[in-house]
Design a protein around this ligand. Structure first.
Ligand code: TXA
Ligand code: MG
Length: 313
């Protein structure tokens, strides 16, 4: 594909020039692919919302190379430091209080007093963040409410020619969006991900709760419909309905043209990595509905169930 650029110094230099000029480009991360723009530029941020057709009330995650670069934009606290040491760079997003004199575009955090920040681990996005003198706002690279992309071709599938530069980083290693944890006021998980509440509890030495209802903070991860391939999904199915694509998990299932196994060896990690790829494939094969078997609700299985539930609304 003409708009996909291989990992090289030349591609990184080109990406830097484009971002400096307020363009929006596709980038790999270890969770999912994202659409990135200069977080300090109103112009770039407005472009991101427009291309994604994203409601303006849904704030973006600001991505940094390291904590040093974050200090101008957010107040850090002791919980943040403990988690940062253990899990960053990696698939954990922190909600922190935004500094008054921060240069982050108010459009990027929907004018809230907080910002979401993440330090991605993928080595290509890290190389890019390192050579920039501004952080990047990076939402998942999909049209709002749809399935997130997990490779460069998926970004093309979502946006076609609207995005003319995508950095190629192969398949996203994790395949599901980062865990989002609120560290302002009561600590709670706003979106489950690869890093579980148990992992976090161990570090903070206290029980960590999930936010159940949408309150004032508008987290689209918490909006009812999301991550949807645009066709009905039924969860916890024992068998396949007529004409449906059947998403299964584990050894028990035979391969068959209507059966899509997320992990025949029964690994939840592998299932997470295959989930969005499978939903996109089924949609592009023109199935009209999807049945999914019961997926175990522990470790990253919690995040898989969360995404499927929202996709089935
Ligand atoms: O893994 C990820 O986090 C990916 C990759 C590209 O880094 N990004 C991602 O971004 O998933 P997005 O925009 O698709 O989801 C951002 C989530 C939303 O649920 C949003 O509501 C929440 O983060 N969020 C952002 N800022 C927030 C804030 N200030 N308070 C509460 N939630 C916030
Ligand atoms: Mg998203």
């Amino acid at each position: 594909m003409k708009n996909i650029y291989k990992n090289s110094q030349k591609s990184l230099d080109k990406a830097k020039i484009l971002l400096k000029k307020n363009n929006v480009i596709g980038v790999p991360t270890e969770t999912v692919y994202g659409l990135s723009g200069n977080a300090y530029s109103n112009k770039s941020i407005k472009k991101i919302y427009k291309i994604k057709k994203r409601p303006k009330k849904n704030p973006l995650i600001i991505h940094y190379y390291n904590i040093k670069k974050l200090k101008n934009d957010a107040y850090i606290n002791s919980e943040f430091l403990k988690l940062y040491k253990k899990f960053s760079p990696g698939p954990l997003t922190y909600i922190l209080k935004k500094k008054k004199n921060s240069e982050i575009s108010p459009y990027a955090n929907s004018n809230l007093s907080t910002i979401a920040v993440r330090f991605p681990k993928n080595r290509i996005i890290r190389k890019l963040l390192k050579i920039l003198d501004f952080p990047l706002a990076i939402p998942s690279a999909n049209i709002s409410s749809g399935v997130s992309p997990v490779n460069a071709e998926d970004v093309v599938d979502e946006f076609g020619k609207k995005i003319n530069f995508i950095l190629d980083g192969g398949n996203s290693n994790i395949g599901l969006e980062s865990t989002v944890i609120n560290l302002v006021g009561r600590i709670k998980i706003l979106r489950p991900g690869a890093i579980s509440s148990i992992d976090i509890s161990k570090i903070l030495k206290k029980k960590i709760i999930f936010q159940k209802k949408i309150k004032r903070i508008n987290s689209p991860g918490l909006l009812k419909k999301h991550y949807s391939p645009g066709i009905p999904i039924k969860m916890n199915c024992k068998r396949r309905d007529d004409n449906a694509a059947f998403i299964v998990f584990g050894r028990r299932y035979k391969d068959n043209k209507n059966i899509f196994n997320l992990s025949s060896k029964g690994s939840l990690k592998e299932a997470a990595k295959n989930l969005y790829k499978t939903l996109r494939k089924i949609k592009n094969l023109n199935y009209k509905k999807i049945n999914v078997v019961k997926i175990p609700k522990h470790s990253i299985g919690i995040a898989i169930n969360d995404r499927l539930k929202k996709a089935s609304n």
